[in-house]
Every structure is written in C-alpha cells, then in structure tokens.
Design a protein around this ligand. Sequence first.
Ligand code: PLP
Length: 357
Amino acid sequence: MEDRNTSNWDLVRKDYPGLERGTYVDTSSCGLIARSTEEAARKEQERLMMEGSARFMHWHGKGKADVVGLVARHVGGNASGMALLQNFTGGMARLAPMLKHRRKVLLVGGDYPTLHAPFKWNGFDIVAVEPAADGTIPMDVLAAAIQRERPQLVAISHVQWQTGFMIDLHALTELCRAHGTWSVVDITQSWCSVPIDLRRTPVDIVGSSGYKWPLAGFGNGFFHLSETVRTELSEKNGFDPIGALCEGHLDPIALVRLSDAVERSLAIGADAVRERLLQLCDLAVDQLQKAGVRVLNGTDPATRGGILIIEGDEKHLTKMREAGVQAQLRGAGIRIGIHFYNDEEDVERLVKALTSK
Ligand SMILES: Cc1ncc(COP(=O)(O)O)c(C=O)c1O
C-alpha cells in the first residue's frame, strides 16, 4: 500500500539534523530536537540576553499562559487544570503529598521508578499488580485487583518504559470511575506518539515530560488535573493544587521548545502520527522476524505505542552502534523507539545491523 504522506514525511525528516548522523531509533530515551525548534529557542535566548526582566515579565504572564493553553488544547484538557513543570518526576513528587488522604494506591510492577517513588516517600499503602510474563497488563487482572484491594488511586504509565506495552486508557478510566478510584497516568512514553484526548478519555491526573516523543528537549513537562480532582484537593489541603504545582519559575527557553514542538505535533496531527508509527513498527516487526530476530514485546499493534523490545545484549548493541544505529538496552533486550521522523530505510538499516556477520 502506498503511503499517501510519503513526501510530507520526507519534508518533516529534513528538519531533524540528528538524523543525518545515522539511524536514530531511540526516541523512547530522548527525542531529537528539530532545527526549527532550536532556532526558536536561540531567538528566545537572544531576547532574554538583550531585554532581561522585560522579557522575563512576558513569560511570567502571557508567555506562560499561551503555552498552558496550547498544551491543554493538545491533550483535550482545560487550561485551568494545567500546570507546566520541569519534568514528570518533579510534578509527581510535588503532587503526591496533596493526595495523602487517598491512602491506598495500586501500582504496576516494573513501572517507571519515579511514578512509584513519591508514593513510597509519602507513606501511602501500596499494593502492586505484576504484569504477565509476556509483558501485558490484562484489564481483567487490574479489575480483579481493584475489586479486591479497593485502592483510592491507580497509578500507571500509559506506555511501559521496559516493554512498550500500552494500556487501554479508555477501559482504565471507566474501570476507575466504576470503583470511585482516581487514575494517575504517566504519559511520558506516549504523549505525541499516541493520540490523547481527555474529553473522550477523562484521566483524573495525567502528567508527562517533554523530551521524548514531543521532541521538546529538556526542562519542560506538565500535569493536568480534572475538575473533580482540583475541587477535592482544594478542600482537603486548603489550597489550590494547580497554584501549588505551578510555584517556581520555569526556563522560558524550555517553554519555547515545548511550544514549538507541540505546535508541530498539532500541525501534523495525532492520527497521522499514529498511522505512521503503526506502519513503521509493523514493517520493523515483519522485517526483524523474517531476518530471525525475536521481537520480545510490541508485536500486537493494539497494545503498542512506538516501542519494540527485541532480543539482544550489549554485543548486539555495539554492532548496531558500529553500523550507526542508536538504541538502548532496556527491559529484556534492546529497546527500539520509532517516531514519525523515521522511515523505511531506517528499518532496513536496523535489520541489516543486527543480521550482518
Ligand atoms: C514512563 C516514564 N516516565 C517518566 C520518565 C522520565 O521522567 P523525568 O523526565 O521526570 O526524569 C521516563 C523516562 O524514561 C519514562 O519512561
């Protein structure tokens, strides 16, 4: 089947100088920044250098509010529930103490360490569900655990960092709603690679860093709280949780990178990105399997974002690096992160690097 977006994707690719150095299949570790994003950031640096506090005041007011609105629009949330932060971990650490009246939290074994840690640091009652041997997290296992344990919070990543397994967010939010439990979802491994619309999938608390799939570089991220969450946290804690999450100045340059990257994501469109990733990951699974490389996680498109875990160790990784293919060891093997700026030739080079003698 011909890809009707071929020429567009070729054009998109040209904006990422990092792709000229080799084959980059490591967006799950760190996304490449576009040249145009870097240029926008440089212009902002220049303005800050020249204008000092006058420019800083812009970011204190309208500048920051514009980015809040943009990020809220991207995820289908409300600007009033949106807090921009330096990263996911900082947001989670600040948020957890505000959630302490909901003492019991359900976590998933192997999930991202700083999704778990703030609950440990703050003395929550923690119950854990283990993923199945194949890395999947079946909804009926979660449902049984929620029924049995009656947690008041369920904290989970949309896409798991070690397996790439993607939970059905819609089913999860419905399950949580049915039990009066709040869903707390880390979308750092899915934001800007998988469509997220909080109007259709009303996750109670959602947060992300911006340096992976959004391609926004470091020092930016967000948390979004639903109206219900904000009201309850205000009542229980005696202060506005969004105001508390937003305390402290952010780096305007990190906000410019975030804004530029999110604008691009909106312009390309979440569905087009999803389609592209499905196509490239399907091709990679097919070609790798034909070449005799085992794909340990990510063969099922319905539960996959942009991550595949393939069989391999340090030796294979070195071979890949020598062939100019960049990825990391994670989970049970080598983690491959494929984004919209990758193409069919990247897949070919990945397979060749792994199978050449
Ligand atoms: C699921 C998930 N959450 C969060 C992070 C990173 O969080 P932070 O940017 O706060 O270090 C990662 C990074 O690998 C991740 O995979």
